[in-house]
Design a protein around this ligand. Structure first.
Ligand SMILES: [Zn+2]
Length: 178
């Protein structure tokens, strides 16, 4: 699919002064941590990022992403396609106190560098919009490796079988302060 090339990083000041918009698409396979949550790395993600300065001169990224990805159905443990679609609004902050002062509709994104790494932002947003569990929409047969009744703390899932990290642990680590 044709699209603007999405740079790995942009100038963390200029791009907001220019009120730039970046449109494009990236292969799922390029997002290593995100890929670990998926059944396979096929697919692409369509991305739109708008960079602006708000009334308080905060550097704000208004973004949207959309893409079909393959995940494991937690009933039959075969892969199924789900559509991820999300929008987000981030404000660049340099300190925790700046982050604390943000209005509720802005999520803080810590950036103390002149380089703003777009891939990191996109990967985190992709991980955050993943559903905790997914099932085939049509009926599928439960496997005998049924995990529906497993205790929540159980890690006895297909993910372990493939030696993948527990997605819950990844989500948890994302919530920890940087
Ligand atoms: Zn299924």
């Amino acid at each position: 699919m044709a699209g603007t090339l999405i740079p790995d990083y942009v100038d963390a000041k200029k791009i907001f002064n220019q009120q730039a918009t970046i449109n494009g698409s990236l292969p799922v396979a390029g997002f290593t941590r995100f890929s670990e949550l998926l059944a396979n790395t096929s697919g692409i993600v369509e991305i739109k990022l708008e960079f602006l300065l708000d009334g308080e001169f905060r550097r704000v990224i208004s973004g949207a992403l959309k893409g079909d990805v393959q995940v494991l159905c937690q009933r039959c443990l075969e892969s199924t396609t789900i559509t991820l679609k999300d929008s987000f609004k981030l404000a660049l902050v340099e300190t925790e106190s700046q982050a604390d002062k943000l209005p509720a509709d802005l999520e803080p994104w810590v950036c103390t560098d002149i380089k703003l790494v777009l891939a990191d932002i996109l990967e985190e947003q992709l991980i955050l919009c993943m559903p905790i569990v997914s099932y085939h929409q049509e009926n599928c047969a439960p496997t005998n490796r049924l995990i529906l009744n497993a205790p929540e703390t159980s890690t006895e899932t297909s993910a372990d079988k493939q030696d993948k990290p527990n997605p819950f642990a990844i989500l948890q680590s994302l919530k920890e302060p940087r």
